[in-house]
Design a protein around this ligand. Structure first.
Ligand code: SF4
Ligand code: SF4
Length: 68
């Protein structure tokens, strides 16, 4: 996956906020999702899709999908 935006879009985000500090460009902020009932990362448009935030995600489902 290119960024945590895709983790949210695939419904795998669990709202743990581990990705919040992972972006060196400060593209990630957490917003509350009424739909999921927990915080989700919002990725700003200046994201370069480097994937660093995906590596920081501790979600096992994501790690498995990415073979981490
Ligand atoms: S993909 Fe890279 S630039 Fe985009 S939010 Fe994640 S860490 Fe930041
Ligand atoms: S680290 Fe992963 S599961 Fe946790 S909030 Fe970020 S995208 Fe969601």
């Amino acid at each position: 996956m290119k960024s945590v935006k895709e983790i949210v879009e695939t419904g795998m985000c669990e709202g743990c906020c581990e990705c919040l500090g992972a972006c060196s460009r400060n593209c990630i902020s957490m917003i509350y999702s009424l739909e999921s009932g927990h915080p989700i990362p919002y990725v700003a448009s200046d994201c370069i899709e480097c994937g660093e935030c995906v590596k920081a995600c501790g979600n096992r489902q994501v790690q498995k999908a990415e073979n981490l």
